[in-house]
Structures are given as C-alpha cells and as structure tokens.
Design a protein around this ligand. Structure first.
Ligand SMILES: [Zn+2]
Length: 282
C-alpha cells in the first residue's frame, strides 16, 4: 500500500508531467471511484481547470486546480491499496484496470489505474472538505515535519494502552505512516510492536520519533517500496528501490541482518507486523 514515501515519489515525478496542463475531458470507467461529488457533477466541474501544482498530505495526493489565476479546487487522490497514476498519449487504448482518464491539453492524459477499485478521487474546495474526507481534516503531523518531535509523540501515545504498532498506524498520530514504515521504524528504535504506548520510556519515544523520520526520508530517497504483492509503481511504471533495504517488513522467517535471529510475524490491528525477537526484545 502506498505510504508517505510512495505518494511523495509519485507527487515529485508526476508534477512536471502535468503542471500547467488544462483538463479537457474526463472519462469515468467506474463511477464508484469518484468519492465526491456525484460523478456527473465531478466531470462537469473539473472541465477547463488547469493543474497548478501537486501537493501531498499523509497518503493523499492533492492536485491544485486553477480557473484563471485563482486556485479554485483540489483534486484529491487516495490510492488506497493498489491505485496507480500514469501519463500517456491521449490516443492510448484503455489500460488494464483503468478507472478514470483525464484528457489534458497537449495531447496527453492522466490515467488512474486501480485493480481493486478501493482508491478514490474527490473534487473539493480546499477549505471545505466534505465528510467523506474527514480523515484528511483530522490528520496528525507527519514524522518528516520538524514539529513531529518526542514531545509531540509522547502527547499522542504516552497515555494510551493500545499497542504502539496500532497507534503508529493511526493517521491522527503519525500521518503517512503505514504497515511498512511503522515496522521498519520500530525495528530501528529497538521497540517491540506489542508494547503498550504508555509503557514506552522517554528515551524510547525519542528514538522512535527519530526512527520514523529517518525511515520515511530514506524511503523517499529510494523512491518508495515495491514488493511482489504491492502494486506500487511510479508514474513511469517502474518500481521503487527501498524494498532492498527493508530490515523486517516482508522478511518473516529470514535472519535478522543485525543479530541473525529469525524475523517473526504477529497480527496487530488486523495487520501483519514483523519484528526481530532479539533486537526488539523490549
Ligand atoms: Zn535482530
């Protein structure tokens, strides 16, 4: 599933391909992909708007649209588990799992590919997010923001009895963090994913805040993580490179690169967590 580093890579690589292009048409193959407003209104309202820039918040891609010179609306893209964005020549025949196609000025199109039909696109006013985007409105800080420090993380998890892994998956606490980067950050901080939030000592919280930031920045540097079972691809359809540097995620049954113990898996918050029972004993 694309997390912060994957969506940030998509943002950086897609922006030069679509910036300043005007949306000339929309072809909706699956209307359930349109999260807001109703599909016919969505298609009508977006026509003629120009793509000003691409932003990101957590795992959401934010396409800022202009009418004239005024930023009017946001096209919000949530890739969920398997969504992918690509730019092709407008005459390209429909791609496999293509759900929405935006025809752009200049003879190209932006295509939203989503095999599992869980991803969504929304057309909204920047300061009037609809209820369906409540997750975006109530999002916490991102670990790569300077304000995400030990004091912030302690305020968010220090009084919670839930397991730290489950807390890290909460977008109100650590925006943009998902299963891959939370496993990797806990490994780097030497913290067992089953520890309750309120059992962590100040030094551990400090290490965890730093590990979250470092692992996300490295994920961005290596253009995200493409696993065999994840469909994350960059806009040019190429994979990212961080999968080669994973220490625990997807490595259950393999030896820890630090101590040689076997990496184990457990289920937390309905997701599989991986950790080293020796390096993350506590
Ligand atoms: Zn180990």
């Amino acid at each position: 599933m694309p997390e912060l580093p994957e969506v940030e890579t998509i943002r950086r690589e897609l922006e030069p391909l679509v910036r300043d292009k005007t949306i000339r048409g929309v072809r909706i193959e699956r209307s359930d992909i349109i999260g807001f407003p109703a599909p016919d209104m969505f298609a009508r309202a977006i026509l003629g708007q120009r793509i000003a820039e691409l932003g990101r918040r957590g795992k959401y891609l934010l396409v800022r649209l202009c009418a004239g010179t005024v930023v009017r609306q946001l096209l919000v893209v949530h890739l969920r588990l398997s969504g992918q964005l690509a730019v092709h020549a407008a005459r390209t025949r429909p791609l496999r799992f293509e759900r929405v196609r935006f025809l752009l000025s200049g003879g190209e199109c932006l295509v939203f590919i989503e095999p599992r039909v869980l991803g969504r696109v929304y057309l909204v006013e920047e300061d009037h997010l609809p209820d369906v985007l409540g997750g975006l409105r109530h999002m916490g800080l991102e670990p790569i923001q300077p304000e995400f420090d030990a004091a912030y993380l302690r305020r968010k998890v220090g009084h919670r009895s839930a397991r730290i892994k489950a807390l890290l998956l909460d977008q109100r606490i650590a925006a943009g963090v998902g299963n891959i980067y939370s496993d990797e950050a806990l490994f780097r901080a030497g913290i067992n994913p089953n520890r309750p939030g309120d059992a962590l000592r100040p030094r551990e919280i400090e290490r965890l805040a730093a590990a979250l930031r470092d692992v996300l920045l490295e994920g961005i540097k290596h253009l995200g993580t493409s696993m065999r079972d994840s469909r994350y691809r960059r806009p040019n359809h190429l994979p990212g490179g961080f999968q080669k540097l994973l220490q625990v995620f997807g490595r259950e049954g393999e030896p820890c690169r630090i101590c040689g113990s076997e990496i184990v898996a457990c289920t937390i918050a309905n997701r599989t967590s991986r950790y080293c029972p020796r390096c993350q004993r506590r």
